[in-house]
Design a protein around this ligand. Structure first.
Ligand SMILES: [Fe+2]
Ligand SMILES: [Fe+2]
Length: 298
């Protein structure tokens, strides 16, 4: 198959001892700085990502038809119409917004409760700060997807105060409790982005330039997420691996229950299976060659 990689990788759940995982943190740290650039703490931004976003903005895409935003604006924060009744473009865009919104709320909470670069004591503190800044860059890339369709009235709306609190206290949990769900949510991201990629050609068949732009933005996010899934995996040993596999189906189902669009667009049970079987081998070469994978998965 064109674009498919030839290298064979191992399951993301492959076991590794503490020493090998420590070496992988060192290796990841070198990768992430080279890949994303320097941290701009006050802007929650990274130099290379900022330049990349500017490149996209400097080259706006021409739509073949103006995108009618009424249905999007009515449904993006909360689905008001029947999901089945929406056109596929609107449905996919409101779905992406809802996914990204959770991400935005989660990282906003986490940013407040994790040490700044100046306060960082351990290598993993610095890695976490870069990781969170990359996630903020993803929200900017998602925003750029919506700007492609001139949806400039879109706002990033907070979740309920209860959900905000949950996301804020989550990073304060001891590492042993926090790591498996944090790893599973990264895995959930990868599976979701690949599913979105798989339907882009069909949904945006009559908007090829916009489709290519969405894919380019999605690729940028996916490259980071491939690295994140390995990095978060690196925190967990054999017990954490078992716990992660055990909680994955429930976390996927709970999360997607909150995004009704996914019922129509995707097959959640298939996504669970993809998550449990994830081994990097289905990720296209154009993404893999730019991403980071733990040594024990290669
Ligand atoms: Fe992300
Ligand atoms: Fe991530």
């Amino acid at each position: 198959m064109i674009g498919k990689q030839t290298t064979k990788h191992r399951s993301i759940f492959t076991l590794a001892d503490a020493e090998e995982r420590a070496r992988n943190f060192e290796d990841y740290w070198i990768f992430t700085q080279a890949h994303s650039g320097d941290l701009i703490e006050e802007d929650k931004d990274l130099t290379r990502k900022r330049a990349l976003l500017q490149q996209f903005r400097n080259n706006p895409v021409q739509l073949s038809q103006p995108f009618p935003g009424a249905a999007f604006y009515r449904n993006y924060v909360e689905l008001k119409d029947k999901a089945e009744a929406l056109d596929r473009k609107t449905l996919l865009l409101t779905c992406i917004y809802k996914f990204a919104r959770h991400e935005w709320v989660g990282i906003t909470g986490a940013w407040k409760s994790t040490p700044s670069l100046g306060q960082a004591k351990h290598l993993t503190d610095k890695i976490s700060r870069w990781h969170l800044a990359e996630e903020f860059c993803h929200v900017r890339f998602f925003h750029e997807m919506f700007m492609t369709f001139k949806l400039d009235k879109l706002e990033w709306v907070p979740l309920s105060p209860f959900m905000e609190k949950i996301y804020q206290i989550f990073p304060l949990f001891p590492e042993i409790l926090m790591s498996p769900p944090a790893f599973v949510t990264e895995l959930m991201g990868i599976v979701f982005y690949r599913e979105v990629d798989a339907i882009l050609d069909e949904v945006f068949a009559d908007e090829p330039s916009a489709r290519d732009r969405l894919r380019a933005l999605l690729d940028e996010i996916t490259v980071d997420e491939i690295a994140h899934v390995g990095q978060r995996r690196n925190y967990i040993g054999s017990l954490g691996v078992k716990l992660s596999k055990w909680m994955l189906p429930t976390l996927f189902r709970l999360f997607y229950a909150d995004i009704p669009e996914t019922r129509v667009l995707f097959d959640i049970e298939k996504m669970i299976k993809t998550g449990l079987e994830f081994d990097f081998n289905e990720i296209p070469e154009r993404i893999i060659e730019r991403a980071w994978i733990p040594s024990y998965c290669i």
